[in-house]
Design a protein around this ligand. Structure first.
Ligand SMILES: Cc1cc2nc3c(=O)[nH]c(=O)nc-3n(C[C@H](O)[C@H](O)[C@H](O)COP(=O)(O)OP(=O)(O)OC[C@H]3O[C@@H](n4cnc5c(N)ncnc54)[C@H](O)[C@@H]3O)c2cc1C
Length: 319
């Protein structure tokens, strides 16, 4: 049995879904959780019901905003004191930044962007995509512990019947000292409701959108089905959408339950960012567009006709 610390980010009063996905997969291990800042009652309940034994709530100066230096210093003491075998977190924007620094701090091994894992005894066996998602590698980490792991959001799925833990909350104070770089403010992209990397449903537009104004039809569909809007690099490079919306090799990697690609050809660099989506729907006028080879459902047609029709259909279906 491994002793695992799960680093959890908060989302309002609750915790981010990827943390609960990870906890669900850790059933049978000894699980503690670390969170930096305030943790609401909903978050505490969710963590306990998904198996957390001890929840370390870390507070201190210079921890109001995320900074890699501050957060890694704040977590260092909790990780050292707990003698953990593994420290696991979501491969979110923060996780991608924080975990390599932590593993460097401990001079320990790390597996990033894991899409599945299991434990044999106390040994971690993970799966992660390689070569832009064209194949998967089985990974295990060697060398001194703790070992560090980040898990791609939405890849594991929510556990159906998680085992509960004690959920003991322990407040910890951290003194991180002066930071060399401080994040003053985080400005969210205007169109982003949920961060793309964590969104469960995504509607993306490509070069065929023709201009920024036309993205309004994707926003309207997204509003009805509770989706986040993304874009291809061609749409971003053409100035139709900001880079924060770009999906792909040089944009964000997403793994939603549903990905609707509108007027996107399906270049390898775009597929690299969304091919682990559970269900892919493609709308394209070209029946030979490569995206159709990866799509579960394909609609050959003009997105400017299809998207509004889909919106009306979903509106009627979902009330
Ligand atoms: C190093 C590198 C990194 C890259 N990183 C990324 C990345 O992160 N993300 C990314 O997306 N790309 C990336 N690219 C670019 C990638 O190669 C493609 O150029 C890009 O994905 C194409 O975007 P697109 O599908 O929107 O445009 P296009 O390839 O031009 O496709 C537009 C599609 O729209 C269809 N269409 C046209 N009109 C309509 C209509 N009215 N209704 C429906 N369909 C219509 C066309 O049939 C066509 O299939 C990268 C490239 C390189 C070299």
């Amino acid at each position: 049995m491994a002793k695992v610390l799960v680093f959890t980010e908060t989302a309002g009063d609750n915790v981010k879904g990827v943390s609960l996905e990870i906890l669900g997969k850790l059933s049978g291990q000894t699980i503690d959780v670390a969170v930096i800042g305030d943790l609401g009652d909903a978050g505490k309940t969710a963590l306990a019901s998904h198996g957390a034994e001890n929840i370390h709530v870390i507070k201190g100066d210079n921890l109001d905003q995320y900074s890699p230096e501050g957060y890694s210093r704040a977590l260092k003491d909790v990780i050292s004191a707990g003698s953990y075998d593994y420290v696991i977190g979501g491969s979110t924007s923060i996780g991608k930044d924080l975990f390599p620094r932590l593993s460097g701090m401990f001079d320990a091994g790390m597996a990033s962007e894991v899409t599945n894992f299991l434990f044999e005894g106390d040994e971690f066996h993970g799966t992660r995509p390689l070569f832009a998602g064209k194949c998967y590698a089985k990974v295990k980490i060697t060398g001194p512990k703790p070992h560090f792991v980040t898990v791609r959001p939405n890849a594991l799925g929510m556990p159906e019947s998680p085992s509960a833990g004690a959920g003991n909350v322990a407040d910890a104070s951290a003194s991180v000292g002066d930071l060399k770089a401080v994040i003053k403010e985080v400005i969210k992209g205007a169109s982003e409701k949920v961060d793309l990397t964590e969104a469960n449903v995504i509607v993306s537009g490509g070069r065929a959108m023709k201009n920024a104004e036309n993205f309004a039809i994707l926003d309207e569909l997204a509003e009805v089905i509770g989706a986040t809007v993304g874009a291809s690099r061609a749409a971003v490079d053409s100035g139709y959408a900001p880079h924060s919306m770009q999906v792909g090799q040089t944009g964000k990697t997403v793994s939603p339950s549903l990905y609707i690609a509108c007027g996107i050809s399906g270049a390898i660099q775009h597929l690299a960012g969304m091919r682990t989506s559970k269900v892919i729907v493609a709308i394209n006028t070209d029946p030979d567009a490569p995206i159709f080879t990866k799509a579960d459902y394909g609609i050959v047609g003009d997105l400017f006709q299809i998207v509004p029709l889909l919106k009306e259909e979903f509106k009627a279906l979902l009330g």
